[in-house]
Design a protein around this ligand. Sequence first.
Ligand SMILES: Cc1cc2nc3c(=O)[nH]c(=O)nc-3n(C[C@H](O)[C@H](O)[C@H](O)COP(=O)(O)O)c2cc1C
Length: 198
Amino acid sequence: MAAARQPEYRIDPQFTERWSPRAFTGEALDQGALMTCLEAARWAPSGSNLQPWRFIYGLRGTPAFDTLLSTLVESNRAWAQNAGALLIVLSRTQRTVPGKDEPQAIVSHAFDAGAAWMSLALQAQALGLHAHAMGGFDRAKAREVLAVPEDHAMHAVVALGRRGDASLLPPALQEREAPSGRVPLATLVAEGRFGFEG
Ligand SMILES: Cc1cc2nc3c(=O)[nH]c(=O)nc-3n(C[C@H](O)[C@H](O)[C@H](O)COP(=O)(O)O)c2cc1C
């Protein structure tokens, strides 16, 4: 494991072995593998078990893939075009509640969708695949071309597939094609009250 990926405490290797490459082989992803990743996402925890996450996918070589690809900013499209599948992570932001006239907010929708995405990414890792989330997409365009209703939030487009050789990437991206590190645990964790190092 790269030095950048040394944990401060011993943890299950799945957490440090997951990372977000940009070089994908360009092979179409098997639909079964995609569904296995989505199945893992399905079992994520959520507030009141509302399961607000939603996913729209496109397998490489299909019009749905091209539509998702068209929503990406150019810098992401340049490498994500070689993914085996693309999907967008959405979440329902509102629900109807018996006895209430107005739709009620699902307050944990974003937190829940984050949990689902991580389950998907770890399942991909377990299958020998990689998942790479992208916030760099045109939200207005995505809402239109994917017909996403206003009461659904759009979080990220995810590239999924088999990792390819870094030489497949433009030179600037080749240099960045390595697992990244993390800030120290003390920057993230405090005992009892707000107070962090760094
Ligand atoms: C919500 C979100 C948005 C991201 N947006 C982009 C993006 O637009 N382009 C990109 O190349 N990577 C993007 N990333 C990938 C992050 O840069 C990456 O996860 C982070 O640097 C940590 O690296 P790792 O996933 O390899 O551990 C995004 C990740 C997340 C979770």
